[in-house]
Design a protein around this ligand. Structure first.
Ligand code: CTP
Ligand code: CA
Length: 229
């Protein structure tokens, strides 16, 4: 069987996908953000819909057209992303956290635009850590038996290789699958292509060779499908 004649193996299933990058506001016009385009999350949503799933896509600050047949919920901040993902997860068979939530937010957000001082000084930024949505989903399991999938973009460092850091992150997060990208070159952001290793909590590892984000999306659902409740 080849792709093109897609098997509706997710028919009757409900899935949640998050996509994009959150924004954490300093004031009404300024924010801390990141480079996530949302392309991989949108590819996951389209792939799941094509396989028959009922899909909720929680999209953070993306500039992409709504995929056909997908319910799109728009958010900006990590706190809003958390609220919407947890709400949708309570009736979902699988949740894939492809979004890049900001790890930190300004401790306070000014209601008025912050003005610059005449003396050349700049304000200090005080940051607070955001809630970890993936870890919360993995530990609280809003729906028993639902499959929880995370992503990790790693470069490898003095403490371990990309795969070692991925294994450690999978254990720390407590999710069922972790899709590990090697971003050493810095070329994945906004790129139509991706390559990854899908690590499973049961010890499995599936290498997905460089290809389209759609191909990686299908490879991820191939791993999710047999693990569904
Ligand atoms: N994630 C999340 N909530 C956060 C941060 C991350 O749900 N506040 C999710 C991401 O959507 C992704 C996974 O956790 O699926 C891993 O994100 P990553 O940034 O690699 O993990 P962190 O724990 O933030 O670790 P790091 O210090 O490497 O950034
Ligand atoms: Ca992070």
């Amino acid at each position: 069987l080849t792709r093109g004649a897609v098997v509706p193996d997710l028919a009757g299933r409900s899935v949640v996908v998050s996509a994009g990058g959150t924004r954490e506001y300093l004031d009404p016009v300024r924010f801390l953000g990141n480079r996530s385009s949302g392309l991989q999350g949108y590819a996951l949503a389209r792939a799941a819909a094509s396989r028959g799933a009922q899909v909720t896509l929680v999209a953070a600050n993306t500039a992409l057209p709504d995929p056909a047949g997908v319910k799109v919920v728009r958010v900006e901040t990590t706190e809003q992303l958390r609220t919407e993902v947890l709400a949708a997860a309570s009736s979902a068979d699988a949740v894939v956290m492809a979004a890049a939530p900001a790890d930190f937010r300004p401790t306070s957000t000014s209601e008025a635009k912050i003005k610059k001082a005449d003396d050349g000084s700049a304000p200090a930024l005080e940051l607070t850590q955001n809630p970890d949505i993936l870890r919360e989903l993995s530990t609280t399991r809003p729906r028993a038996g639902a499959v929880v999938v995370g992503f990790a973009a790693e470069t490898g460092d003095a403490t371990g290789s990309v795969l070692e850091l991925g294994r450690a992150k999978l254990a720390r997060k407590g999710c069922d699958l972790l899709v590990v990208n090697d971003v050493s070159g810095g070329a994945v952001f906004g790129s139509p292509d991706n390559e990854a290793v899908i690590l499973a909590a049961d010890g499995g590892a599936t290498e997905v060779p460089r290809g389209s984000k759609t191909a990686l999306a299908h490879a991820i659902w191939d791993q999710v499908a047999p693990r569904l409740p």
